[in-house]
Design a protein around this ligand. Structure first.
Ligand code: PMP
Length: 433
């Protein structure tokens, strides 16, 4: 753990302190900013070692390839993009871009106000209607971000007398919604149905209010999927409500890419379906799809909706067109599936451990934080853009590279990535032995 700031260089440590080392609960002094100097020192040390790969500056569209600023040589480099969540590549689709441009010309840039005042345009209504198609729901509501959707949704309905039952790998935005609402939080082992059933049984007796189970269609750091059919049956059996976060499953799961409810044939059956526009739909924002009266209640009692400016018309128009493209151009979903199959087959046949993923999210566990950063640097220097994901974003000792396959990758792109991986393996020993 870093000492208080001095001008001395910190001693080299075996592994870098993680972001959690500098977080609020462990602040060494009452001073609000007590952590900022030691943290700055540590970041400088990481930068000096050439290990800082966060916030790489991109200079072109985020497609299968991307131009990236190389701060060490002051040059621009073309890299294969394996770090984007825009799984269908719709952020670059001509129809989506055209819709955004036309909306700016028609409505201007900002919505100008929250939705209850003057921030609700016909295009917002259109997008909400389109989401009801996407999720097979009665009604839908849109929020400025996926993060604020989870926070605003959970804190709208839950309070201290209720219990929220979360998978151990629940996303930060779900946890933050729970913390804000003061609800009792119970977790169960990742995707473990016996553990979930135990939680459902034990919470039945000691919950004065209601219980909500929250799961993710696709888990964002592992790429595996929730067994939603079994989870639905368990919540029905034990009388709890169910919410699914479709941030990463929208555009990916299901025969036509509509998501987890399509994949499991559960359209219209899950109490609360939330999703984001920031992954497969190539933009920013979030939504909830549910019964009419639930959506109406959210419009008035979800503070993240009521007190926040509406998403800009151009953004909303782009998202609306992205949903249209998903419906009308099945080629993108088909290409994504083909690329996932190709990439995963190559990796597994060559003895790389990518866990249980069946989705674009392809984790490669490295384990140690310093080794992870060295390998990520190696990829960077060989023109492959892949994100290192250390603790606390993933459990301790499960530090990993997170590759994302998209519909835009060519076989040549994926083969080049596999070649760089083999070269990295020779140097760093990544393969299973
Ligand atoms: N839920 C999950 C599962 C996520 O992975 C994310 C973001 N990565 C969010 C919600 C928040 O969405 P957004 O980034 O669109 O705000």
């Amino acid at each position: 753990m870093p000492k208080e700031s001095t001008n001395k260089k910190p001693k080299a440590s075996k592994g870098y302190e993680t972001l959690a080392s500098f977080a609020l609960p462990r602040r060494p002094k009452p001073d609000l900013f007590a952590w900022t100097k030691p943290f700055q020192l540590r970041i400088s040390q990481i930068e000096e070692a050439g290990h800082n790969l966060s916030r790489r500056v991109m200079l072109s569209e985020n497609g299968n390839r991307v131009l990236v600023e190389d701060s060490t040589s002051n040059t621009e480099r073309e890299m294969i993009m394996m770090g984007s969540n825009s799984y269908l590549g719709l952020n670059n689709h001509p129809r989506v871009k055209k819709a955004a441009i036309e909306a700016i010309e028609k409505y201007g840039t900002g919505a100008g106000s929250p939705p209850h005042f003057s921030g609700y345009f016909d295009i917002h209504r259109k997008l909400e209607k389109n989401i009801t198609w996407l999720k097979g729901s009665e009604a839908a509501i849109i929020f400025p971000s996926g993060y604020s959707t989870n926070v605003g949704l959970i804190s709208c309905f839950m309070g201290p007398k209720d219990t929220i039952i979360l998978d151990k790998l629940a996303h930060a935005s779900i946890i933050d919604g729970a913390l804000l609402s003061g609800v009792k939080i119970v977790t169960y082992l990742h995707n473990n149905m016996e553990s979930l059933e135990r939680a459902l049984i034990s919470t039945k007796k000691n919950t004065e209010g209601d219980r909500l189970v929250v799961v993710e269609g696709v888990y964002s750091m592992d790429g595996d999927i929730a067994p939603l059919d079994e989870i639905y049956a368990l919540t029905e059996k034990h009388g709890a409500k169910l919410m699914v976060d479709e941030a990463h499953s929208t555009g990916v799961l299901g025969k036509t890419g509509r998501g987890a409810t399509e994949h499991y044939n559960l359209d219209g059956k899950i109490d609360l379906v939330m999703g984001t526009f920031s992954k497969s739909l190539g933009g920013v924002g979030g939504f909830v799809a549910a019964k009419k009266e639930i959506i109406q209640y959210l419009r008035f009692y979800s503070r993240a909706y009521f007190f926040a400016a509406s998403p800009s018309p151009s953004q909303v128009a782009a998202q609306n067109e992205a949903v249209n493209v998903l419906r009308e151009e099945p080629i993108w979903h088909k290409r994504l599936m083909e690329n996932i199959t190709y990439f995963h087959t190559q990796l597994r046949e060559n003895n790389y451990d990518i866990g249980d993923t069946i989705t674009p999210i392809t984790p490669l566990e490295i384990g140690e934080p310093v080794k992870l950063l060295s390998i990520a640097r190696f990829f960077n220097d060989n023109n492959v853009f892949v994100n290192p994901v250390p603790f606390p974003a993933v459990p301790r000792k499960k530090d990993r590279l997170r590759f994302s396959v998209t519909a835009l990758h060519t076989k040549k792109d994926l083969d080049e990535v596999l070649e760089v991986l083999d070269a990295a393996d020779k140097k760093f020993k990544i393969r299973k032995t």
